[in-house]
Each structure stands twice: as C-alpha cells, then as structure tokens.
Design a protein around this ligand. Sequence first.
Ligand SMILES: [Zn+2]
Length: 277
Amino acid sequence: MPLKRLIILFCLAVSALPAQAEGFITRLLNKPVPGGVAVVTLPEQSEAPRAQYQNQPLLVIREDGQRWIAIAGIPLAVKPGTEHIETEGGQKIAFKVSDRKYPEQHIKLKNQQHVTPDPEHLKRINRELDEQINAYKTFSARQPSNLLFDRPVDGRLSSAFGLRRFFNGEERNPHSGLDFAASTGTSIKAPAAGQVILTGDYFFNGKTVFVDHGQGLISMFCHLSAIDVQVGDEVGRGAHVGKVGATGRATGPHLHWNVSLNNTRVDPSIFIGAFMP
Ligand SMILES: [Zn+2]
C-alpha cells in the first residue's frame, strides 16, 4: 500500500475514534458542586456554539482542538441533583451536581455597622451592590488568556470559599471568595490577562478592583490599601493591580479574591488547582 494512502487511512481511523479522554481544562475545572464549576461538552460544529445556564451566557472554549466545552459556574444555593445548560438551538444538556458541605465561621467585629447597618448606610450599600452586580454581568467576547490562574498574592490560604458566616453571632451571606493571608502593601497581581472594568471604595469590600478576563470570567479583589489601576486599563497576566490592605469589613490585612463565571461566584481555589472536595 502506498505510504500516502496509509497516512490517509490512519487519519480516518483517528478521526473516527470516540470522544477522547477529558483534557487538562476539564480535569482542572470540572468540580460540579454547589459553588463549583461544571464542564459540559457541547455538540460538534465549526463555529463556537453559544450556551447558557440559568439565563446567563456561558464561557465556551475549544479543548485540545477536539471539542467545544461550556464552563458553568454553579450557584451555592443550587441543590445536589440534575441541572441543565441550554444551547443556542434550545437543546438541553444535563449535568450532575454533587453535595458539598460548607463549614461555619464565627467572626467578631468591633464595628456593629458592619453587622447591622443603619438605614443611611443601607442606601449606600444597596447602591454599591448594584454597581458591583452590574460588573459581574459583563460578558465580553475575549478568550481568557489562561484558565489555570496564577495566585494573585504569595500567602497562605486563610478563609475558604463558601463558609457560612456569623458576624457577632448573626448569620450573613456565605463567604463569596477566597482569602489569602498577606501583609499590608503586598502586591496583588492579575491571575490572568484582562481589562479593569470597575474600581471603588465600598462599605463592605473597601477598596476594590474588578478585572474582566473574558466571556463572563471575572476576578474581584477587595479590602485593598491601594488601587493602582484605572477603569479601562488592559492588564497582562501577572500585572500589578493594587496592594493588600484591610479596608471595608475586614478584621486585619488580607486579600479577598472572588472569581465569577456566568454572574455566579464560584470557589477560586478551583482555578489555582487547590480545590479540596
Ligand atoms: Zn474574604
């Protein structure tokens, strides 16, 4: 058999193989628990398919040049069981959500306004909340530069994502991000490339920076002592964005880092390969 024909036959055989073993991104990110991430394979087509989950557009990438995958953030409030994403054509694709237990954390705050704010503070808090929720809804066309994120600071992981939080004995929202122990002034670096879409000095979050990594994947850094970027700035992977501090509702200097996908706050430890079931 001529070599050329052998090569053609070989190529046909390879392309006819069933779906390949899951790739690096799927192994890294597929942690389908409340507050986790589901990686869902989409139907094969030439152009990137579009998909949504709970009416929010999803991050879609080509994995290993072999298949389209949608990467969906799962809200903490979702119950274990079967969930669905929906393709542009209206096809529903199921994925399973497993259980995950989140422990409690009890925190003492000196400032009672940070536990039960006055009505005047509430007005400010709600305005700031709207501003930040709008930032999380950003969906830009750019492809994230890397899905295995770099750690934004050197420092031990202190408070985990999802902790059920009690401030001075009163239950408040669960911990929406991951805390790193680091001293005031430590440089915070972008875990992936992106654009600065919001900065502010907020009642709870203190000095805050939002970076859009593309397709609804957004980082938020808060309690900073200094913000060293401006809205509209393009930041490269590893670029300095600000400095660690203790502004807003913080008991001491640390970095609080949120990662959001499809307007859903998920466990950032997944993106740095530090997820523990
Ligand atoms: Zn935190």
